[in-house]
Design a protein around this ligand. Structure first.
Ligand code: ATP
Length: 235
């Protein structure tokens, strides 16, 4: 029998003011799975992550995390259940050091990684311990941003374009990090434009178009579906 999903999104609608941007998003993520949300600019991928974590105030439908309906909860409460959100702009504190950034988030649930465990995961960050956020490279900033959400004890990680603007060698590092997190049992939803990267790290891909999930492609079937996917993405 299939295991129950860790995250189950059904009929999710969301609005920016009067602007209705999600029109019934449906998808599931199994425990330990890595899935991507793929789609053109403006399709609603970022808004989907913001709706799951509860930053989108006006939203309806159902978002069940680990058996708990969260769609009417404030984001603070949702985060405490064990969901971590890493925005595209990464959200680290540029005036604080690496260590200060890691010490900042409250350990909201048991199971949050210690600063030492974060450094084991990201040895580069240990060398940059006292460096200010602004002095870090893009890749180091991304690792710090992921490190911060691991501190909170999150088990489901929502990552918005973690490879954006990074050099290929750093993209490879992020890929290894995601593989490592997966092997340690974390569940990951990734918004990604970098197709090659997505195909290396993910188990399945959901295609988002105009605020709806219009297709699901298992990673093993990606090559066979490449023309269809190019049409979706307009590349
Ligand atoms: P991108 O890769 O460009 O971020 P996306 O698929 O993540 O694309 P969203 O950012 O979720 O798309 O945007 C979905 C829709 O919501 C778009 O039509 C966008 O113009 C609109 N939108 C996004 N942010 C806002 C905002 N702060 N206020 C109003 N409308 C917004």
């Amino acid at each position: 029998a299939a295991t129950a999903p860790l995250l189950s999104v059904r009929g999710l609608n969301a609005w920016y003011g009067e602007g209705h941007v999600l029109h019934g998003i449906d998808f599931d993520v199994a425990p330990g799975e890595v899935v991507t949300l793929l789609g053109r600019n403006g399709a609603g991928k970022t808004t989907t992550l913001k709706s799951i974590i509860g930053i989108m105030r006006k939203r309806t439908g159902s978002v069940v995390f680990d058996g708990v309906e969260t769609v009417r909860m404030p984001s603070r409460t949702i985060a405490r259940l064990g969901i971590g959100y890493c925005p595209e702009e990464r959200g680290i504190f540029s005036s604080l050091s690496v260590e200060e950034n890691l010490l900042l988030p409250p350990q909201v649930r048991p199971g949050g990684l210690s600063v030492e465990q974060i450094f084991e995961l990201f040895p580069n960050l240990r060398e940059r311990l006292a460096s200010q956020g602004t002095k870090l490279s893009g890749g180091e900033q991304q690792m710090l941003a992921i490190g911060r959400i691991l501190r909170t004890g999150a088990r489901l990680l929502l990552l918005d374009e973690p490879t954006e603007g990074l050099a290929p060698v750093i993209v490879d590092d992020i890929g290894r990090t995601i593989a490592r997190l997966k092997s340690e049992g974390f569940t990951i939803v990734l918004v990604e434009q970098n197709f090659r990267f997505a195909s290396r790290v993910a188990d399945r891909h959901y295609v988002v178009e105009q605020g709806r999930v219009v297709d699901m492609i298992p990673n093993a079937e990606l090559d066979a579906n490449i023309d269809k996917l190019h049409a979706y993405l307009g590349v």
